[in-house]
Design a protein around this ligand. Structure first.
Ligand SMILES: [Zn+2]
Length: 335
């Protein structure tokens, strides 16, 4: 009989047997500098901007800096730093940091930093997705045209802030957008259609249980906030209803730190922003490089920061009310 503690192990074994992807071998496909060029090329194709590297003083010799320019007029829009490689004492994850928020009122141009700990030689495919995800946050900051700084860039409601970046990950997954990689690096090996399909299958494997787990975390968070009782009691009641049940003696609530940090009743936002991300992505249909859709997205969502309600922004972009249809199509394998 399968016990709850076996699930991760068994899943990993099945995943390796069925969808073996040697991520290490993919680093040759995505040399780090070229991966940056790829992220910039995608952004230029979509958002009517150009990037120009400039020499500026920064906090470490590794750090690069780029101006963001309007592609048509050449006018300066904003800027960002890239601090890509690990070093002693540096922040250990990948993240985007807004340094200065936009304000049209105060004529403030935004400035952001992308901080990662990438391998100097190349990225694996997961890291290519991470790059687009985090660069998505940078774009949210530096393409912001908000009136007030307090509403600039990623200062949106918490259950929407991940949506633009979750959506942007898709550009690392499709054959059409990945073709741009060959343009920025003609000498790099190219992923075959089969390899792309394999990566996608590996990514999708096990997501039924993953989403079910996310749902129960969100329900737990919501229940504690709306009907406070001893956490373990609430958790036991919820987990007992799952196929693998609750394991007596385990204390999941004690390790679920999100709730004690800033998430209170907001944990659902992880999944909710995916609902929005997939709904927005559906507007691009089969053409991820459609500059018209990109321009509309920039105008109605990216540039707006938190100065409008997410629902209104998404509605303006899609021309209809937001819907969870794309999300359910995704998690039931119909996309
Ligand atoms: Zn993020």
């Amino acid at each position: 009989m399968l016990a709850r503690w076996d699930v991760g192990y068994i899943q990993e074994k099945v995943k390796r047997a069925r969808y073996a992807v040697d991520q290490e071998a993919l680093r040759r496909y995505f040399p780090t500098g070229k991966a940056i060029d790829f992220a910039l090329a995608v952004s230029e194709a979509l958002y009517g901007v150009k990037f120009r590297e400039a020499k500026v003083e920064a906090w470490h010799p590794d750090v690069r800096y780029f101006d963001v320019l309007d592609a048509k007029s050449g006018a300066f829009v904003s800027g960002f730093y890239l601090d890509l490689y690990p070093r002693e004492g540096k922040y250990g994850h990948a993240a985007a940091f807004p340094i200065r928020g936009a304000s049209s009122l105060a004529r403030r141009a935004p400035l952001s930093a992308l901080v990662t700990n990438f391998n100097r030689q190349g990225l694996d495919h997961d890291e290519l997705e991470t790059l687009l995800h985090e660069f998505g946050h940078v774009l949210h900051g530096v393409l912001s045209k908000t009136v007030y700084v307090s509403q600039a860039g990623t200062s949106t409601l918490q259950d929407f802030v991940e949506a633009p970046s979750q959506m942007f990950e898709e550009w690392a997954r499709r054959e059409q957008s990945l073709a741009l990689f060959a343009k920025v690096c003609p000498e790099c090996p190219r992923l075959s259609r089969d390899q792309i399909a394999q990566l996608d299958a590996a990514r999708k494997y096990g997501r039924g249980s993953r989403y079910a787990r996310q749902w129960i975390y969100a329900a737990f968070d919501m229940e504690l906030s709306t009907n406070p009782r001893p956490p373990l009691e609430v958790w036991k009641a919820l987990e007992s209803q799952t196929p693998l049940g609750h394991v007596e003696g385990t204390l999941f609530p004690a390790s679920f730190s999100h709730i004690a940090s800033s998430y209170a009743a907001g944990y659902y936002g992880y999944m909710w922003s995916e609902v929005m991300a997939l709904d927005m992505l559906s507007a691009f249909k089969d053409d991820l490089l459609d500059a018209k859709v990109g321009a509309r997205y920039l105008d109605s969502i990216l540039s707006q920061g938190g100065q409008r309600e997410p629902r209104d922004m998404v509605k303006a972009f899609l021309g209809r009310d937001p819907s969870n249809e794309a999300f359910f199509a995704e998690i039931t394998g119909r996309r």
